[in-house]
Ligand binder design. Structure first.
Ligand SMILES: Cc1cc2nc3c(=O)[nH]c(=O)nc-3n(C[C@H](O)[C@H](O)[C@H](O)COP(=O)(O)OP(=O)(O)OC[C@H]3O[C@@H](n4cnc5c(N)ncnc54)[C@H](O)[C@@H]3O)c2cc1C
Length: 171
């Protein structure tokens, strides 16, 4: 990581965020790899494809019913034909089991009536985005920070010149 004072480009400090270490049987993948979110989905899709699993885009789970021997789900499929035209169809499918991986607002969790304890607290503002920057070294995760203001970071991605911008109190 390369650190600068706010509002200038003169580096004040360089440090390893996570020093490299040899893997052990307990920690096979010990070292951190910075992976741009724009590439992550492709990586996940490729791993799933190796397990003969394809993600069906434009498909929303809208209903779920459990039986002794199966689960029936209702799917809403949205197919875009052109900028103005799309088709929406519903479909019922049967499965032996269903895994709910729909994030914090997961339909599977809600329809299985599992509660989600906790509360949402706003403890700071966050600005994120991918931006192109000329002339900035791709080798470093750049950080502008001083005690008086919120930090700004630019994390390199796999795409030359493309950085992930982060401004906020949680960096
Ligand atoms: C701005 C931001 C920055 C973050 N930074 C970090 C970080 O640096 N490190 C970290 O560890 N975590 C970070 N997180 C948190 C992390 O992204 C989440 O904890 C993680 O993505 C949760 O994974 P998930 O698979 O449970 O859900 P999600 O990633 O939310 O995936 C749920 C998927 O289900 C799909 N889906 C939802 N409902 C349905 C439905 N009804 N039918 C079909 N599909 C559905 C959604 O489209 C989505 O693709 C960050 C989160 C945010 C918002």
């Amino acid at each position: 990581m390369r650190k600068y004072e706010l509002k200038n480009f003169i580096p004040t400090h360089e440090f390893e965020l996570a020093p490299l270490a040899d893997p052990t049987p307990a920690y096979t993948y010990f070292n951190t790899v910075l992976q741009g979110q724009n590439n992550l989905e492709g990586v996940i899709r490729a791993v799933l494809a190796e397990c003969s699993c394809q993600i069906e885009g434009g498909t929303k789970l809208v209903g779920l019913e459990q039986f002794e021997d199966r689960v029936e789900v209702k799917l809403l499929r949205r197919r875009r034909l052109s900028d103005e035209d799309e088709t929406v169809t519903t479909e019922t499918a049967r499965y032996d089991w269903v895994i709910g991986a729909g994030g914090a607002h997961c339909t599977v969790r809600k329809q299985s009536t599992f509660i989600f304890d906790g509360e949402t607290r706003v403890i700071g503002r966050l600005v994120v985005g991918d931006i192109h920057v000329n002339g900035l070294k791709q080798k470093y995760w750049h950080l502008w920070e001083d005690a008086s203001d919120v930090p700004i970071t630019l994390r390199p991605t796999e795409v030359p010149g493309l950085f992930h911008l982060g401004i906020g109190e949680s960096f």
